[in-house]
Design a protein around this ligand. Structure first.
Ligand code: NDP
Length: 274
């Protein structure tokens, strides 16, 4: 049985074992998938041991995504831009490939909800690891413009500079966000985790604006609740992104892409969302 795992600290909350076990059953793949708590200063040795003992691949979550980036022998272009890796795979020559499926998970979840990015005006809130991971997959969809707004304005500019070869991207602080409707707002800040909101003008939301929060939890996140209060008909949380990024990792490891709908429904029931 091929072995896979997720490394993080903490890791008890991780939904990845449930998701991948579900995918394996659905696609009739004979794999095991476990959650491994790595010491905060011991990621490299924990992962090295895992691969030495025959592990085929793993996911990597907080706080090890940057260490996984340095651990990999080869990097995908999207992992290079992200500066972070959430998926490691042992290659036939024994080397380790590092990839980042978070952004593709976001795009796939948007597509699953019928949201296309081509020709759209997109406002990306935040310039941390999740925003970096999303940049290339978002620009690959050919939006008309992608504005990155961040509390620390310099980080938004840096990120825009890094990605400008890939599409029409610019950076700004929240104060410079134009008070006019955009097509899609993606909240990649961790503000929702503390019930906060990035201070953007309410006018950016029309009833047709898709408002996507990468965060998720029981009930509405602060951003989803705000989007609903502004009249958006399309408020979405990040649970679908979580499942879709897992499906991308599974496909990298096993060469077969599982469906995401059923396991997403299962997770929503677990969270008491419906
Ligand atoms: P980082 O710590 O790398 O970045 C945090 C970002 O949030 C920064 O841009 C930071 O701004 C901003 N921020 C934090 N607090 C506030 C606040 N109170 N007001 C405004 N901005 C704030 O985190 P990640 O990028 O790794 O994660 C961000 C979010 O994305 C989390 O909620 C995480 O759970 C979610 N996520 C979801 C995934 C999924 O599969 N659904 C996958 C990955 C992440 P500044 O630069 O000024 O500090």
């Amino acid at each position: 049985m091929d072995q896979y795992a997720v490394f993080g600290n903490p890791i008890g909350h991780s939904k990845s074992p449930m998701i991948h076990t579900f995918f394996a059953r659905q696609t009739a793949q004979n794999i095991s998938y476990q959650a491994i708590l790595a010491p905060t200063d011991g990621f490299d040795s924990a992962v090295t041991e895992f691969f030495q003992q025959g592990g085929k691949g793993c996911n990597v979550t907080v706080p090890f995504k940057e260490e996984a980036y340095r651990f990999a022998d080869q990097l995908s272009p999207r992992a290079k831009i992200a500066g972070a890796v959430n998926t490691l795979k042992k290659l036939d020559d024994g080397g380790i490939l590092g990839d980042n499926t978070d952004g593709e998970g976001l795009v796939q979840d948007l597509l699953l909800h019928g949201v296309r990015l081509q020709g759209k005006r997109v406002l990306l809130l935040g310039a941390g690891g999740a925003a970096r991971g999303a940049l290339l997959p978002l620009l690959d969809q050919n939006p008309a413009e992608l504005v990155i707004a961040n509390r620390t304005e310099s980080k938004a500019h840096q990120l825009a500079e890094l990605a400008k070869a890939y599409g029409p991207v610019s950076g700004c602080g929240y104060g410079e966000v134009k008070p006019e409707p955009v097509d899609i707002i993606i909240n990649s800040t961790s503000a929702s985790l503390s019930g906060d909101l990035p201070p953007i003008p309410a006018e950016v939301v029309s009833q047709d604006t898709v408002c996507y929060d990468m965060a998720y939890g029981q009930g509405d996140t602060a951003f989803v609740a705000w989007a609903k209060a502004q009249g958006s008909k399309y408020p979405l949380d990040g649970l679908g992104m979580l499942v879709a990024q897992a499906a991308e990792s599974f496909a990298i490891w096993r060469g077969i892409k599982p469906g995401t709908k059923t396991v997403l429904g299962e997770l929503r029931r677990n969270l008491g969302q419906r």
